[in-house]
Design a protein around this ligand. Sequence first.
Ligand code: URA
Length: 242
Amino acid sequence: MGKKLALERIIHNQGFGARKLCRMMIWNNEVTVNGLACDDPNTEFDLDGLQYTVKGEAWDYREKSYLMLHKPSNYECSHKTQHHPTIYSLLPHPLVVRDVQCIGRLDEDTTGLILISDDGQFIHQMSSPKHKVAKIYEVTCKHPVDDSQIAHILKGVQLIDEDAPIAALACTRISGHVIHMSLAEGKYHQVKRMVAAISNRVENLKRIQIGALKLPDDLAVGEWRWLTESDMVKLGHTSMRL
Ligand code: URA
């Protein structure tokens, strides 16, 4: 037997609104638990493997949420945006209420893999420089990239405001204008600044991998999905309760 909690509290802490609103939805028969109707907000349920629906939409109980998003261009990685819609508008409202945060921001014109969670410890670990999880970018450059430019990126380029040169962990040419670049850090506009430092210019930027976790081919632009146990292992995390 795992931990038990009253239905009203379950629905509330999963992000469905104030306690009073959750109570009313339960009274109104808008909530089912493990396939059965329940109109008593005080009925307690075991949280282990709990499945519920709210207004016909099915959910699994999740103590914390861990997800990935395929970020589109022209979306900002911020709750308070300036020029474009927020990436959080692409997620179901209960997750936003749970105050999920993205782990490392992408520029508004960058697309690709972004991780999102409401687990502060996970966010901290994943963004800590100590954790050193590589991020791989597909970079389309304005001018063809030659061997000497790749060698320069691998040796290290000096960026303004940085004490020491910064090198990519790996850099491979995919075609004349396209390279894959793997970075240990996540400094402000890092890819764009590194490419500018080799006298080239980023035309298109997409994050295709974090650690060993690749952006899945079947995750369309603008779509999100929950992280699986195997995704967590690829990120170097094995002890999360999903
Ligand atoms: N580097 C950049 O320049 N922009 C991003 O969005 C991510 C890495």
